[in-house]
Design a protein around this ligand. Structure first.
Ligand SMILES: Cc1cc2c(cc1C)N(C[C@H](O)[C@H](O)[C@H](O)COP(=O)(O)O)c1[nH]c(=O)[nH]c(=O)c1N2
Length: 246
């Protein structure tokens, strides 16, 4: 979609420093659970990260998100109670060998973080037929997740930790926050300044799972495809990038 009168970006190139900053935000972003400080988040910072979320891509530009800010301790206590119930149910879903490890993981910072935020998806926003959602219905939900990721990265650049808590009953979450039945809660996030950011995902350090090598996840010209010469060059290049990022 473009029109002849559309203004173009006057400064389209990133400097090396700007590029490095973007990758730094990506590679140092962490899911934060136990390192929140109670310090309040200044409005100007919150405004910036919310605006970053609102500038995420969305299918047909439908912008299906809403942002429910939760600062009330009472409301957060309700959500945390639901987390505890869901967490106890979840524990039983893992095989016995993993249950103990699961139980010991810290998987939320609902009360420690000064701000919680629920990002939702209004699936009927701007009418029933949406450009780009005509054939794959979940595109609106994916769009809301893009808003989550924008916020997560912007927050990291602001020195704010974000933790996504999904061990919740969606209906209880709706009721606790008064979210209408036709609106889908997508992400429940805990946000706040932190004492530190871990270097690696906590689940990796806890021995739960390792980061998979990207090259094992690359397919060429189809699922069963093999790398041709250009593909091999890319695999080599990834091999050079990977130790630097590790
Ligand atoms: C959709 C979704 C849902 C959840 C998560 C993430 C995402 C994307 N994650 C965080 C997740 O465990 C974490 O991202 C990975 O372990 C990788 O770690 P880093 O985010 O790189 O620190 C997460 N973490 C947690 O402690 N409790 C949770 O309920 C969830 N739920």
């Amino acid at each position: 979609m473009s029109s002849p009168s559309q203004a173009v970006q006057t400064d389209p190139q990133f400097s090396a420093e700007e590029r490095a900053a973007v990758y730094r935000a990506i590679h140092t972003r962490r899911d934060v659970r136990g390192q929140f400080l109670p310090d309040p988040i200044p409005d100007e910072v919150l405004a910036r990260v919310l605006t970053a979320a609102h500038h995420a891509p969305s299918v047909g530009f439908m912008q299906p998100w809403d942002f429910v800010l939760v600062r009330s301790r009472e409301v957060r206590q309700k959500i945390q109670a639901d987390f505890r119930a869901a967490h106890a149910e979840a524990e039983l879903m893992f095989e016995e060998g993993k249950r103990d490890t699961y139980r010991k993981l810290k998987l939320e910072g609902i009360l420690e973080a000064p701000v919680n935020l629920c990002i939702t998806c209004d699936r009927s926003r701007n009418g029933p037929v949406v450009i780009g959602r005509t054939h794959i219905g979940a595109m609106d939900v994916y769009s809301a997740v893009c808003a989550v990721q924008n916020l997560w990265l912007a927050a990291r650049a602001e020195g704010l930790g974000v933790g996504w808590v999904s061990i919740l009953h969606q209906q209880t979450l709706r009721e606790a926050l008064g979210i209408p039945q036709d609106i889908v809660p997508i992400a429940y996030l805990c946000i706040g300044y932190v004492s530190h950011f871990y270097d690696k995902p906590e689940l990796e350090s806890a021995g739960w799972l390792k980061r998979m090598p990207l090259t094992e996840l690359l397919h060429f010209d189809g699922w069963q495809g093999r790398a041709d010469e250009a593909g091999e060059r890319l695999v080599d290049e990834i091999g050079r990038v990977w130790p630097i990022l590790k």
